[in-house]
Design a binder for this molecule. Structure first.
Ligand code: ADP
Ligand code: NA
Length: 328
């Protein structure tokens, strides 16, 4: 199928981590070079489905913007914008919310997983979050959406909503396809059975894009491996070492087999430091660019505003047509 429009979103969690970079942002950069109509949204409306602090959120939006630009997202090649500045997202979201039945949302894995962890009931916003995601995608009549494996179920909902809308109102939305990122999940450095995550309470588990070389060395030194000293790639039985190999391959651009071949005779303790060095080298220019961009808040705000104006130009007519179809 022809790629006509690519859309993806990322929550403004502040400075992203190595998993976000290798699993999402790096492929976003490739996609903007390959395709002519690409939109990337900082999805701040999604952020308030979890408890948020206004000052922290405001800063996190700017930090994420700085990081995306530093990683190579280029506003000349893709539209980078702030979701809440394009009010059509919430309008379409409401219309779609009225087309989905409660159990469809209650059965989604992420809702179940997130509410299982909480002491209190989840908010209605957390429940309907995937419908807002559907609105994000459909508002631009997107044909392709780069996502991680954990989002496949939500993409099925997006597709069902597109089909459901088309059945009721006539062919209108393309049914968008997922572009699965080739990178398997980067694992926690402390627990290779878990993914590297921003919300991990163990600060040694996650590498941030602005971590200093000293911090990176410390985190890799403390990374959990096993009692075999040889470097092999076997994610099922040797999660920790395999995570090192996967990270090493990803930051050097070499195939996994080549990375393993070059590590022959090196024990895992030394290997972890080699991987740390490769990560430091990969992140050095990104880190310094983020620090530079962060100093010019006005510039970051301007980039987001300009992107949001462009996004709005695409969103407005689609939303108008939807409203007419619905009978408004
Ligand atoms: P986090 O789990 O740290 O809160 P998000 O869920 O906000 O991260 O994910 C943002 C993007 O980064 C998504 O596209 C997601 O698939 C990707 N991503 C998050 N963590 C990882 C990881 N450990 N490895 C690879 N990709 C990841
Ligand atoms: Na482009």
């Amino acid at each position: 199928d022809a790629v006509k429009r690519v859309f993806s979103g990322i929550q403004p969690t502040g400075i992203p981590h190595l998993g976000n970079y290798l699993g999402a942002i790096e492929s976003w950069v490739r996609l903007q070079d390959k395709h002519s109509s690409v939109l990337y949204s900082i999805v701040d409306l999604h952020s308030i489905t979890a408890a948020q602090d206004p000052a922290v959120l405001r800063q996190s939006i700017l930090d994420m913007t700085a990081a995306l630009l530093a990683c190579g997202i280029n506003p000349e090649k893709s539209i980078l914008f702030q979701q809440s500045q394009v009010s059509e997202h919430t309008q379409l979201s409401w219309i779609l919310t009225c087309m989905v039945r409660l159990p469809r949302l209650q059965h989604l894995h992420q809702w179940k997983a997130k509410t299982a962890k909480q002491k209190h009931d989840g908010t209605v916003g957390l429940l309907t979050y995937p419908v807002l995601q559907a609105a994000d995608v459909l508002l631009y009549k997107s044909t392709h959406v780069p996502v991680g494996e954990d989002q496949v179920q939500h993409m099925e909902l997006v597709q069902d909503l597109a089909r459901g809308f088309n059945r009721k109102y006539g062919e209108f939305f393309p049914v968008p396809k997922s572009i699965l990122t080739s990178m398997k999940k980067v694992k926690s450095l402390r627990d290779p059975s878990a993914k590297m995550s921003k919300s991990d309470p163990d600060k040694l588990a996650t590498v941030g894009l602005t971590d200093s070389p000293e911090q990176i060395v410390q985190k890799f030194r403390k990374a959990v491996t096993d009692f075999t000293s040889e470097v092999t790639y076997d994610p099922a039985s040797r999660g920790g070492v395999s995570n090192m190999v996967a990270i090493h391959a990803a930051v050097t651009g070499l195939p996994v087999e080549e990375v393993v071949r070059r590590s022959a005779g090196i024990d895992t303790a030394r290997y972890k430091l080699l991987v740390a060095d490769a990560v430091i080298e990969k992140l050095a220019p990104i880190r310094s660019e983020i620090e530079k961009l962060k100093m010019d808040k006005g510039h970051l705000q301007k980039v987001l505003q300009a992107g949001s104006v462009k996004a709005k130009e695409l969103a407005y007519p689609v939303c108008q047509e939807v409203k007419e179809l619905v009978g408004f």
